[in-house]
Design a protein around this ligand. Sequence first.
Ligand code: ADP
Length: 443
Amino acid sequence: MSKENTCLPEKSCGSCDTAESCDSQSQQRHMEERLTEKLSSIKHRVVVMSGKGGVGKSTVAANLAVALADGGHRVGILDGDVHGPNIPKMLGLEGASPQGGPTGLQPLEASVNLKVMSMAFLLPNSDTPVAWRGPMKHTLFQQFLSDVDWGELDYLIVDLPPGTGDEAMSIAQILGSPLWSIIVTTPQDVALLDSRKSVVFAKSVDMNILGMIENMSGLTCPHCAEKIDLFKTGGGERAAQELMVPFLGAIPIDPNLVLAGDAGIPIANLDSSSKVAEIFRELAATTDRVVKNGKGPLQNAAADNLSQIETERRSRYMLSKTVAVPSMHPGGLDAARSGHFGHCDAFTLVNVENGEIRDVSIVHNPPHQQGGCQAPVNLLHQNRADALIVGGIGMRPLMGFRQVGIDVYYGPEGETVGAVIDHLLNGRLELIQENQVCGGGQF
Ligand code: ADP
């Protein structure tokens, strides 16, 4: 009888008494069999990736895993960052070490439904650098899946290191299809460049793109509650639109997230009523719904997700927003809207919450002065508008509105204010892109 016939599929070579007498080919074959076996016990696989480091990818991966586990799913999180593993610290498992067992290495448990594995558990201390090349990391990932006793999982979340290097390639290859990806970005325009690479990479290795999420999206001043767009805002949404992937939402800057990460306490446990904790619960719900429904080739899946998530997100996006519509005097929902926001009599400000109109007010527009395209920007910013619906706009004012965090949508002419708001709430309006502006700086 050959050696491989004596292998028990659930037993890893590390825990097998006779493994030393197996040749390396048999060991490799056995490892691949175990890998297939282990992967068959994992229902859904999701990688969290970003174009560059420091954008909050591990924060999103850890909190998504926690939110899914809190929602009753059996979740594993694999820290794919071999050189800078942070997941154990974020989940309160720093310094822990896994025990071996007859069915493989036992992952650490962050909670009853959440198992964790990371290179950090295998290092003597957190200062130990890892200088491994691609093939070693590939073998490590194979073993993290084949030799770790994950048990039955509903979700395996993988926190990839930034970029599209060896680790991302290996994980995509090992986990196979269907594999879903969430791309984390920040609001700056430069983030678009990095995100584009992640999207192209994901498509090239046949990952289904669940969507893009904008992190560090504005800060609410703890003293006056004014929103400060430290890194601008809306870049992630524009990037998602441009790259034709679903936009999953925006996470504001929240100092509690840093405290939570450093203390190893998920934000859901530190402050379950916070806006950020709520956003992670929504992200988990969206992930669960889309991943369970999503089938078929990437393009179809991405297109389906896009319409499904976009429709829901747009109404959620309107949870609490003030939308400005240039209008004829005296304004209000029945007023005719004006196509020219620079020359309009007034702006009707419509406050919407949960997809419904809560309040309507009017702000008069001072007489337009030639070249004064900053005046309406300042006026609407002072009046805390989040969105503006126009019939057309020049590049300069478009940039001006974006810089103060006002999204600019194109709305068809000849309708009332109420009608265009209805279009917006039902996801029928598009954000204006740079290539759709009117000539020069006009508006
Ligand atoms: P990455 O995995 O992309 O390198 P991390 O998730 O490690 O990024 O986040 C980097 C730092 O930024 C951490 O200290 C984390 O707590 C902090 N951070 C992430 N997202 C936010 C946020 N929305 N608000 C405040 N701090 C954040």
